[in-house]
Write a protein that binds this ligand. Structure first.
Ligand code: ARG
Length: 297
């Protein structure tokens, strides 16, 4: 079932089957990371502007942070000619079906031509690791950008699905059938927030961090229905420092771009412990912590 309005929500979030937290993280080496083309507004002044040495140091700090939090990294090698492959949240949607005790991934269909060749590398890797590798129906010509736009509700078997710039709504109809999961759609309305993970960051079952400007009134109302507490990031921090492209691996710590002072203050007030990381080289491409990792079961 796919839900597109507040009125349509015919279930209680607390009644949904529970979902364990994924406990492994996929990270892709930034060896070939660069800004070589422009497919989102953040990239426009940054072609050729990546300092690869600095990018590598920033990536290593991210890897060390996951390791220190006991989330063991599975490392994928970036490939030449695929400068965005480092954003490993986008090529797949990992899933765990609690009722079947079944884990796998659904492969993405990238909107941008330049990114399409990234997907099979992840498909091969997940198959080698023993995951079921699923695809959307062959006869469905639709864009789908994995966890850039499709985000699990922590602890519940429910997906939040962003659309408007990359993933198309029809992809969620197919996903809902394929995984037998409810999907709640959120329309994105501001090109700076081109993926759902740029403006919507569920921290645990009850708390979500959002950039309000990314959504219309209806979507904001749906989000309030889904979480007890909605933490709003200041727009400057969300738009330019990717404050909402954060990640809480454990419902306590929040990995977030450094310098998002208003956001970290609000996170602390709600009992979270921010861990600030510098992802400035990756911001040049329109990504930060959330999209530089993929959590798997
Ligand atoms: N340059 C990449 C793109 O535009 C960045 C992707 C960042 N990923 C994300 N989920 N926000 O596709």
């Amino acid at each position: 079932m796919v839900y597109t309005s507040l009125d349509a929500l015919d279930f209680q979030f607390s009644d949904l089957p529970s979902l364990p937290r994924p406990n492994r993280v996929v990270l892709t080496t930034p060896t070939h990371f660069d800004v070589e083309y422009v497919i989102n507004p953040h990239m426009s002044d940054n072609v050729g502007a990546v300092n690869k040495e600095v990018a590598f140091q920033q990536w290593k700090a991210l890897r060390a942070t996951y390791t220190a939090l006991d989330v063991s990294p599975l490392i994928v090698n970036g490939r030449p000619g695929l400068p965005d492959m480092v954003f490993c949240a986008n090529q797949t949607l990992p899933f765990y079906q609690p009722e079947q005790d079944r884990r796998g991934v659904v492969l993405s269909r990238m909107h941008a031509e330049q990114r399409r060749e990234e997907v099979p590398y992840y498909g091969e890797m997940f198959a080698e690791q023993g995951y079921a590798v699923e695809t959307l129906p062959d006869d469905l010509d639709v864009d789908f950008e994995g966890m850039g736009d499709a985000i699990w509700h922590p602890g519940r078997f429910l997906l939040w699905g962003g659309y408007g710039f990359r993933t198309e709504p029809a992809a969620y109809e197919a996903l809902s059938e394929l995984l037998d999961v409810p999907v709640v759609l959120l329309e994105l309305q501001d090109a700076d927030y081109y993926h759902l993970d740029t403006c919507f960051c569920p921290l645990d079952s009850n708390h979500v961090l959002v950039a309000p400007a990314a959504f219309d009134d209806e979507s904001r109302a749906i989000i309030e229905q889904g979480f007890d507490t909605v933490i709003e990031a200041p727009d400057e921090e969300a738009r330019h420092q990717f404050a909402c492209n954060a990640h809480s691996p454990d419902g306590k710590h929040v990995l977030i771009q450094e310098g998002c002072e208003g956001t970290t203050e609000r996170l602390r007030a709600e009992g979270f412990s921010p861990i600030e990381l510098d992802t400035s080289e990756f911001l040049k491409s329109g990504g930060s912590v959330f999209c530089m990792k993929q959590m798997i079961w």
